[in-house]
Design a protein around this ligand. Structure first.
Ligand SMILES: NCC(=O)N[C@@H](Cc1c[nH]cn1)C(=O)O
Ligand SMILES: [Zn+2]
Ligand SMILES: [Zn+2]
Length: 481
């Protein structure tokens, strides 16, 4: 039967039948600690790429390639550290069908049980009472990546052909700035990616916990570090305290000049670059289904800086934010170690929005920190630098791809999805749009309380399974559009 006439209910039923197999596939993926920011775990990131190759091969994908991206650029501890490969694969090459590129990432954020996880982060735990899968990468982004594979498996089981030619691009450095991917996309635009009609990404989340969304905007992310260096080695604070200049004291002062405790960025010139809010845009936020209570539930606290839905959404989606992430080299364990750290590296990032210019922002940040360090009159050495950046992206959601995704969502969830923007970043999105000259759709699988990047990251089984149905249903509706 032609794919145009296939009854989608059968596909949705087959996804349900394959549920145990799909859960097992995600469990195997979570078991590989593919943390891209931890240089010592780089072999695991590469192992995850090979796991994907094995799965893709078994499912009958063709033209599977591992694209080498060379050595990771500085700043990096190991000057010879290789970047993990990009996994490329196709399913089908029928010239009569549309070509959909699906992107996802197989790397994850760091996770340690002692951070406060209830279970081992890299051993998937299926809470059967609540039907939730816990584990690092469950929602970000191994669940959605497995989702695309699961769609193909369900078609294979039914003996159906896919309604589109699928082109997969899975990377292993998304959580660390997608290093090397811009260049690869540009290089492959007229080769591996030639003829791509649409890019679809499942790597973000619903706004809340009950209503599906389709996403048409992302903030960007510029990530910086401030290095302050003093003594030749860590020192005893009883012997050297009060006698030498302490790097931590300088660093804490510097970091406190970046943002205030109400979230206001204190670096001159940043807010001047933000696009003014129009009345039309202001009204868009009224229709979105969200509440302060949902934010509190997802955050696990009542510590919101804003007391109404509109302000929360604006500050998540269309205003920049600056977050202080941590201090490398500082004492951070339990107990009361009396040490003076010799070298400390403060990490912070700025989520960017239209019309912030990335290079201009870097200059403002560097000038600000340099000026503040001069005020300290310190004898320590200091440096501030960009680690990586990724662009923001906002698109027009009124196209056939969003319509197809909306139809599939209505089939599966019985509700018309909200159209949202997202506070997080997926650095490669704008590059795909520009280099391939096509539309991008963000089609999320997980819920707003999944705890991506946090402890106890999870993916609800209904989201995983219905998410697979939505991804597959979307391909069918898009093929027919
Ligand atoms: N699911 C998308 C995601 O988590 N993206 C990361 C990307 C990033 C940017 N810099 C470091 N990581 C995010 O933090 O938004
Ligand atoms: Zn992600
Ligand atoms: Zn992430």
């Amino acid at each position: 039967m032609s794919y145009e006439k296939l009854p989608l209910e059968e596909f949705y039923k087959t996804i349900d039948e394959l549920k145990p197999k799909f859960i097992e596939r995600l469990q195997k993926a979570i078991a590989i600690p593919s943390v891209s920011s931890d240089e010592t775990l780089r072999p695991k990131v590469v192992e995850m790429a090979h796991f994907l190759v094995d799965e893709l091969t078994t499912l009958g994908f063709q033209d599977i390639q591992l694209k080498d991206l060379g050595i990771q650029p500085p700043p990096v501890a190991d000057a010879n550290l290789k970047l993990p490969p990009i996994v490329l694969a196709r399913f089908g090459q029928d010239p009569k069908k549309k070509n959909v590129l699906v992107y996802g990432h197989y790397d994850v954020q760091p996770a340690l049980k002692e951070d406060g996880w209830a279970t081992e982060p890299f051993t998937m735990f299926h809470d059967k009472e609540n039907d939730i899968l816990f584990g690092r990468g469950s929602t970000d982004d191994k669940g959605p990546v497995m989702g695309w594979l699961n769609v193909v498996e369900a078609h294979n089981k039914l003996g159906w052909e896919l309604p589109v030619n699928l082109v997969c691009c899975f990377e292993g450095m998304e959580e660390s700035g997608s290093l090397g991917l811009d260049e690869l996309v540009a290089k492959e635009a007229q080769q591996y990616f030639k003829g791509v009609d649409q890019v679809t990404i499942s790597d973000n989340y619903w706004l809340g916990t009950t209503k599906p969304v389709l996403t048409y905007g992302l903030r960007g992310c510029n990530y910086y570090q401030i290095i302050v260096e003093g003594p030749g080695a860590d020192l005893h604070s009883g012997i050297f305290g009060g006698i030498i200049a302490e790097p931590m004291t300088d660093l804490v002062k510097l970091m406190s000049t970046l943002v205030d405790n109400k979230g206001k960025i204190l670096i001159d010139g940043v807010s001047d670059m933000v696009a003014p809010l129009t009345e039309k845009e202001d009204q868009l936020y009224d229709a979105i289904d969200f509440s302060v209570e949902e934010l509190n539930a997802a955050a696990g606290s009542k510590t919101s800086l804003h007391d109404n839905k509109k302000d929360i959404l604006k500050h998540r989606w269309r205003f920049p934010s600056l977050s202080l992430h941590g201090i490398e080299g500082a004492f951070s364990g339990a107990g009361a170690k009396t040490v003076i750290p010799a070298k400390v590296v403060g990490k912070f990032s700025i989520r960017t929005v239209p019309n912030i210019v990335s290079n201009t922002l870097d200059k403002l940040v560097i000038d600000h920190v340099t000026k503040e360090f001069a005020k300290l009159d310190s004898v320590n050495k200091f440096k501030v630098e960009l680690i990586h950046d990724g662009a923001y992206w906002v698109s027009d959601p009124f196209n056939e791809s969003f319509t197809a995704a909306s139809k599939a969502t209505q089939d599966v969830w019985n509700v018309v999805p909200d159209f949202t923007r997202e506070g997080g970043s997926i650095p490669i999105t704008l590059t795909f749009e520009k280099e391939l000259g096509v539309d991008v759709l963000l089609l999320p699988m997980g819920r707003g309380d999944d705890g991506a990047h946090s402890i106890n990251e999870k993916l609800d089984v209904p989201n995983y399974i219905n998410g697979c149905k939505t991804l597959g249903g979307y391909l069918h509706y898009y093929a027919k559009a």
